[in-house]
Design a protein around this ligand. Structure first.
Ligand code: IMP
Ligand code: MG
Length: 182
């Protein structure tokens, strides 16, 4: 057991602050979709799985859950490969009220791709909800309806977010030295 990685990234957003914010987002989403009988939440794997789980359980309206998965985010490969869908939702979204739930928006490229992919299927409505937004308005390519936290350009982990597929299960959002660390 001596080889276990014991590094604990410093806390950037504590668990209690996340819970309060997710509560507030859930209240807004519930209010904005009052009267919708089966809201479809679409989570983007893998980063959004914990955020989606907490958010879904706090909504006060009936909802269903589905997931999409994209090719791994790789800063060096983004321009060469772009964003690629590797797993699609299983349900028909035409005529449904949909909230797309994503972990983080940086350039906005990933979310713009997802929004386009879903919009052509003609949902009754499509809103986007992200746990964190990294850049200011100039970095945004996609419309954001619900934003948990505006954060600086640091590489954050925990609460679903990873660095090299590690740290996803931390209960808080922490900062590591990575591609975007200071
Ligand atoms: P964008 O396409 O530039 O907006 O990048 C967004 C995607 O990059 C997200 O879906 C995340 O998977 C990943 N990402 C960006 N920043 C971070 C971070 O700080 N921690 C973990 N994942 C990140
Ligand atoms: Mg992601």
């Amino acid at each position: 057991m001596t080889s276990v990685n014991v590094f604990r990234p410093p806390v950037f957003i504590p668990e209690t602050a996340i819970a309060e914010r997710v509560d507030a987002l859930a209240r807004r989403i519930s209010a904005d979709h009052a009267g919708v009988d089966d809201l479809l939440l679409i989570g983007v794997l893998r980063g959004a799985f914990i955020f989606l789980g907490d958010l879904a359980r706090r909504l006060t309206i009936p909802c269903s859950v589905d997931f999409m998965a994209l090719s791994q985010y790789d800063r060096d490969a983004t321009t060469a490969e772009g964003v690629r869908l590797v797993m699609d939702v299983r349900v028909e979204i035409r005529g449904r009220h949909v909230v797309l739930v994503e972990d983080i928006v940086d350039s906005g490229e990933t979310l713009a791709f997802l929004v386009h992919t879903l919009e052509v299927r003609r949902p009754a409505s499509l809103r986007t909800c992200v746990l964190a937004r990294k850049r200011g308005p100039e970095g945004r390519l996609a419309r954001l309806d619900y934003v948990g936290f505006d954060i600086p350009d640091r590489w954050v982990v925990g609460y679903g977010l990873d660095y090299d597929n590690k740290f996803r299960t931390l209960p808080y959002i922490g900062v590591v030295h990575g591609p975007d660390a200071l």
